[in-house]
Design a protein around this ligand. Sequence first.
Ligand code: PMV
Length: 356
Amino acid sequence: VLDKTYTIRATSNIAFIKYWGRRNHELNLPYNSSISMTLDENLSATTSVEFSNSFKEDMLIIDGKRQDLNFQRSEKASYLRRALEHARKTAGLNAHALVVSENNFPSGTGLASSAAGAAALSLAIVKALDLKIDTREISKIARQVSGSGCRSLHGGIVKWHRGTHHDGSDSFAEQLFDTSYWPELIDLVAIVTTSSKKVSSSEGHTLTPRTSRLYDLRPKIAEAEAKKAETAIRNRDFNLLAEIVMRDSNNLHAVCLDSWPPIIYLNDVSRAIIYAIHELNENYGKNVAAYTFDAGANAHIITTQKHRAAVEGTLSSINGIKRVLYSKQGNGPRLLSEGKSLINDEVIRHTGIYKY
Ligand code: PMV
């Protein structure tokens, strides 16, 4: 559908069993499956897409800043190019696209803003081109924009199957449990830093498998833990799930440290949080909270509604936490009305994207 804007809002996700290391760079195929909880709209990205024959080029604007799509070293740019090419080929048309995206949370903080953005972008492209493809196929487009992004296409608890095929045909995300299965599960995000990380997850996905000697063990461990995590969630066994989540995060940061040169995401405040959560759990005589860290120093504390206040109390006693965000499980992406579009005449005029 040309000259019509489609806007999708998608939310971030936090991985319980994480994706770290890709076996295929081009297709973004992981060494192990991952499991995540989709977050709510407190952590979301909104993306509008319009295809038009009167656009002279593709253009991507994130948080008001135009991204250079010809910058060869930019992974974001090359993935977007690939997603657009893939979609255009499927639709059988040549029209260029204007993509405008906004995040409602700080990017470059280790919060997976790329996941929300990738999911929103992929869905908006599919909508805008009216592609008749199912979520599994959309998942493959999102996966190539940002690996963790394919998990944000669904609400609740989601599994990204690593797949074994070389062409990636069996590497996609699917929902394991919807938000009503275990609604008590929540995430408290402790913002420790808002500065950009030194090593992007993209670089880490390549560097760690190539240089860490410990990494050889990770895919097997993570694959087995993913199965255990699924069972723990099915049984609503928080005590077990929490241990699996914390150990997987520690395992990831261990192979990061073992990379060469080493990748270090955690800082003193992150470590203080780790100790504090262990102490909290010891006081309860069981696990009531679990920390997990992505490619950054910020902590995600997975807990239940019942123990929210206890966790917040614990976090408030730690120096260096700037803010604590709260998120329930999210229901996944949704299409916004035309009135909410980020593309309007003024934006189009301002970008100078018109041919005429
Ligand atoms: O999707 P990427 O390339 O941003 O990688 C995500 C990496 C982690 O956030 C650390 C783990 C995960 O599975 O979300």
